[in-house]
Design a protein around this ligand. Structure first.
Ligand SMILES: [Zn+2]
Ligand SMILES: [Zn+2]
Length: 208
């Protein structure tokens, strides 16, 4: 029996890396949400940065370890992550957290781009060429694919559930129900110092 829910995802290869010279306009996403037992999904992530620094130090790149930043970007849509060099900046899509193992995998994939560029100096290299593949191997993800296939919801048409903030009435579209109490990020930022606050808990207002 064909599982129709499988069809609502785009399994095609997604571009997830853009060279630092490329300027790309990002369409704004609907406001993100924040869960009671999860950190904020926007902004820098100290724990991931520490993990990334340790990986760079292990590969004898103290300069990169000093500079590297890891940031959640809730405005990314179907893009899993970006790496910007020489800025040593990695951006990750918060939706990666919905999929087991994808945060670490994408982090390493993007870090491998930074390592490959760093090692190559002024030499021009292919984004997913041999230098990148070597860096992947060094990070323990040998055989990593040049493009991720992530089951990210493709667009609003496929999103069946509508949640709303009881205070600002902003709506959020979802494919699946929230597994944890989840609040409006905008209101939590504005009135609760960015922390989860049950006053702004999102309520299911429409289905289908
Ligand atoms: Zn890549
Ligand atoms: Zn709100």
């Amino acid at each position: 029996m064909l599982d129709l829910s499988q069809l609502s995802f785009d399994f095609s290869a997604l571009p997830h890396w853009v060279p630092f010279r490329t300027v790309r306009a990002l369409k704004p996403e609907p406001p993100a949400e924040v869960s009671a037992d999860e950190p904020i999904l926007d902004g820098r992530d100290a724990a991931l940065e520490e993990q990334t620094r340790a990986m760079l130090l292990a590969l004898d790149m103290p300069g990169g370890a000093k500079l590297v930043t890891v940031t959640w970007n809730a405005r990314l849509r179907s893009t899993a992550g970006y790496a910007r060099y020489p800025g040593w900046a990695i951006e990750l899509n918060p939706k990666l957290r919905e999929f087991e193992g994808q945060v670490e995998r994408t982090l390493k994939h993007e870090l491998a781009h930074l390592i490959a560029y760093h090692r190559s100096g002024r030499k021009r290299i292919e984004p997913h060429g041999s230098e990148w593949r070597q860096a992947c191997a060094d990070l323990g993800i040998a055989g990593e694919k040049a493009q991720h296939r992530l089951p990210l919801p493709r667009n609003e048409v496929e999103r069946k559930l509508t949640y709303a903030c009881p205070v600002c009435h902003t709506t959020v579209q979802r494919v699946r129900k929230f597994r944890r109490p989840t609040a409006c990020l905008q209101c939590c930022n504005r009135h609760a110092g960015g922390k989860y606050d049950s006053r702004f808990r999102l309520a299911l207002v429409a289905q289908g």
